[in-house]
Unconditional design. Structure first.
Ligand SMILES: [Zn+2]
Length: 299
C-alpha cells in the first residue's frame, strides 16, 4: 500500500535551508528584556522562572515580526555560568524550561534553536577551564536542550578557538541535532582573543557543522568586513549572520544602539545578497528590527 507524502511534517533546519533562499532568525534576548524591565544585573535565565509570560511575549513578538527561528533564553545556561548565581545546580531544568517556552511560541511550523554561549571562563593555562570540564558542561546543556525539543543548536558569541572546539566536542557527544557555530568579532574584524574569521571558520568546518557564522560584533561597518571574510572561508557551508544593531551608546540611564530598524535591514539585506543563508539580529535588535529585515527581504 502506498502512503501519501506527509505534508504536515515538522520542518527541519536542513529542510528549510533547501527550500528557501534565506531563513530569518530572531533578534536579541538580553537587551530586549532590559527594555521590558528586567532588573539590571539579573541573568536573563532568571526570567524563565520569574517572568515566563515576558519570555513568551518576546518570543511571540519575534514570530509576529516574521522570524522563522527562535533562540532559547539559555545563552548563559551552561553549569559553568549558572554556578555563579541563584540557578546553580539547575542546568537541566533551566534548559528544559527555556526550550519549552520557545517551542510554545514557535509552534510546529517554525524552528527553535537552543542557544549555548561562552563558558565565561578562560581555558588553561590562562585560566582554570580544562578540556574535560568544558566538554562535560556543553554535553550536559546540549542534552537538556535536545530533550526540551529544540530543532537545532547554536553555539554563539564564541571568541576563543580552543573553547569552541571543546564545546563542539561536548555538544556533538550529546546530540545529533544540526549545530551552528557563530563567533563574535567584537574587536573590529577579530574576536576578543585576536582570532580572524578565516582562522575560526577553517578550524570549525572539519568538525562537521550545519552552518558557521558571526553574531554581535562592534560596528556594522566592521561586521560588513567580517561577513565578507566568513562567506569566503565557508565555501558551500551555510553562513549564519546576526549582527548587533551597531555601537551602543549610553544616553542618560539608557543604552541606545545606533542602528534603527531600517539601517540594520539595509546591511542585512546586503549580507543575504552576498550569500548569507540565515540572518537576524543580536544585541539591540528589537522585534521592529526583525520586522524591517523581513520587509526588506520581501516577505
Ligand atoms: Zn549580542
Amino acid at each position: 500500500m502506498e502512503h501519501a507524502p506527509n505534508t504536515t511534517k515538522t520542518p527541519t533546519f536542513e529542510g528549510l535551508l533547501e527550500e528557501r533562499r534565506v531563513l530569518l532568525a530572531d533578534g536579541a534576548t538580553g537587551t530586549n528584556y532590559q527594555t521590558m524591565g528586567m532588573e539590571p544585573g539579573l541573568a536573563p535565565e532568571e526570567w524563565l522562572f520569574q517572568a515566563p509570560d515576558r519570555v513568551l511575549e518576546l518570543h511571540r513578538a519575534f514570530v509576529d515580526a516574521g522570524a522563522d527561528i527562535l533562540l532559547t533564553c539559555t545563552f548563559g545556561a551552561t553549569s559553568l555560568r549558572l554556578q555563579e548565581g541563584s540557578l546553580a545546580g539547575r542546568t537541566r531544568e533551566v534548559n528544559l524550561r527555556a526550550a519549552e517556552l520557545a517551542r510554545d511560541a514557535a509552534g510546529s511550523s517554525r524552528l527553535v534553536a537552543g542557544s549555548l554561549g561562552p563558558s565565561g571562563q578562560l581555558i588553561e593555562p590562562y585560566g582554570l577551564l580544562d578540556h574535560d570540564t568544558a566538554v562535560a558542561a556543553y554535553a550536559e546543556q546540549a542534552s537538556a536542550l535536545a530533550e526540551g525539543g529544540v530543532d537545532l543548536l547554536v553555539l554563539e558569541t564564541i571568541f576563543a578557538l580552543e573553547e569552541a572546539v571543546w564545546a563542539v566536542e561536548g555538544i556533538k557527544s550529546a546530540s545529533e541535532l544540526p549545530l551552528v557555530v557563530s563567533f563574535s568579532y567584537d574587536m573590529g574584524t577579530r574576536t576578543m582573543m585576536g582570532l580572524s574569521p578565516t582562522d575560526a571558520v577553517t578550524t570549525i568546518l572539519p568538525l562537521g557543522v550545519a552552518a558557521v557564522g558571526a553574531n554581535c560584533g562592534r560596528s556594522l561597518a566592521d561586521t560588513d568586513e567580517v561577513v565578507t571574510e566568513v562567506l569566503a572561508a565557508a565555501g558551500d557551508v551555510p553562513v549564519w549572520i546576526k549582527p548587533n544593531a551597531g555601537v551602543p551608546k549610553v544616553v542618560g540611564s539608557q543604552v541606545v544602539y545606533e542602528a534603527g530598524p531600517d539601517m540594520l535591514a539595509e546591511h542585512v539585506v546586503r549580507y543575504v545578497e552576498q550569500g548569507a543563508r540565515v540572518v537576524g539580529g543580536c544585541c539591540g535588535s528589537t522585534p521592529e528590527h526583525v520586522a524591517a529585515i523581513a520587509q526588506a527581504l520581501g516577505r
